[in-house]
Design a protein around this ligand. Structure first.
Ligand code: PEP
Ligand code: MG
Length: 325
């Protein structure tokens, strides 16, 4: 199997029906970057910047961060890297951050909520990213946006830091893309302006699914209780795809499910055209997509939905078996 994936490493994820799906990788540490080449990823769809903060015992300095981000961009060698600003709290606590005791940390003071309430670290991070780009294009996104004004406020920080860096005489990025992660169901129903103003949207499927089913992603008792291919969730994802299509907003999916071939196939069948995953998943997902016709997969999914199935998985698995897998 490994050989099979190696042989398609440089091939695109082109389906039998001619649809192109962009496959990128998730990363967070320098050690992940050699995988950019070996996996055949088209870029880094999610760079989890908090990992760098989590492996240390104190807050990194701006100069250290700028050097690190520059090395990441150097290693990517022109491929797009999407930096996610600090996503801390809940399942990702910093040892050196004063934490409040919260009864429900997953629903608590985390991610962009911390970033907006105590913007010091986020601003430093934005400065480091701008300096690291040093004239190159920059793509960044904010985690856990739950309503439009949070996205606007976060974006305002980017504009302010760009102005500040310019005043300091530094080279600004050639272009800046400012995206939002869609991780709370609220954003599927956000005003159209959200979809228009975000340069791109990336579905954080791990959190989105957790909140959609009200099932803690960290709790072994409920973690696997609800199928990602449950028709409710799939139909919900389809709504997000439709809203992005209406405004022409680029959409990707970067939760762990994107790295599972059957899930990835179903996501592509409902219209997703960009998936970001662990580097090791790129080969298997690409292989699955390259031998699939998305309109056939879509017909199987629609028939399962019409039949009242709870999940489309049995029907899709059955179709794959009949196809000879
Ligand atoms: C997600 O929530 O799906 C996601 C990509 O972010 P994280 O797993 O880091 O919360
Ligand atoms: Mg998340």
């Amino acid at each position: 199997a490994l050989k099979r994936y190696a042989s398609i490493r440089k091939e695109p994820a082109l389906t039998l029906c001619g649809s192109r799906v962009a496959l990128t990788m998730n990363a967070g540490l320098m050690a992940d970057l050699p995988s950019l080449d070996s996996s055949g990823a088209e870029g880094v769809g999610l760079f989890r910047t908090e990992l760098q903060f989590l492996v240390r015992s104190n807050v990194p300095r701006r100069s250290e961060l700028a050097a690190l981000y520059a090395r990441v961009m150097d290693a990517a060698d022109g491929k797009r890297v999407v930096f996610r600003t600090l996503d801390i709290g809940s399942d990702k606590m910093l040892p050196y951050m004063k934490r409040r005791d919260e009864p429900n940390p997953a629903l608590g003071w985390r991610a962009i909520r911390v970033g907006l309430d105590r913007p010091g670290v986020m601003r430093m991070q934005l400065q480091a990213l701008i300096r690291a780009a040093n004239g190159r294009p920059l793509a960044l996104m904010f985690p856990f946006i739950a309503q439009l004004d949070e996205f606007r406020a976060a974006r305002e920080h980017v504009f302010n830091e760009l102005e500040r860096e310019e005043r300091l005489g530094r080279a600004l990025p050639e272009k800046v893309e400012i995206g939002a992660m869609l991780e709370t169901p609220s954003m599927a129903f956000a005003p159209r302006q959200f979809y228009e103003e975000a340069d791109f949207i990336s579905i954080g499927g791990n959190d989105l699914k957790q909140f959609f089913f009200a099932a803690d992603r960290e709790n072994e008792h409920v973690r696997r209780r609800y199928d990602t291919l449950n028709v409710s969730f799939l139909t919900f994802l389809e709504l997000i795809v439709k809203r992005c299509a209406e405004t022409g907003t680029p959409l990707s999916f970067c939760g762990e499910d994107a790295g599972r071939p059957v899930e990835a196939l179903c996501f592509a069948a409902i219209g997703l055209r960009a998936l970001s995953m662990r580097p090791a998943s790129i080969g298997p997902v690409k292989h699955m997509l390259r031998k699939s016709d998305l309109s056939e997969a879509r017909a199987v999914i629609d028939a399962a939905r019409a039949s009242g199935a709870q999940s489309v998985r049995p029907a899709v698995m059955d179709w794959l078996r009949r196809r000879g897998e």
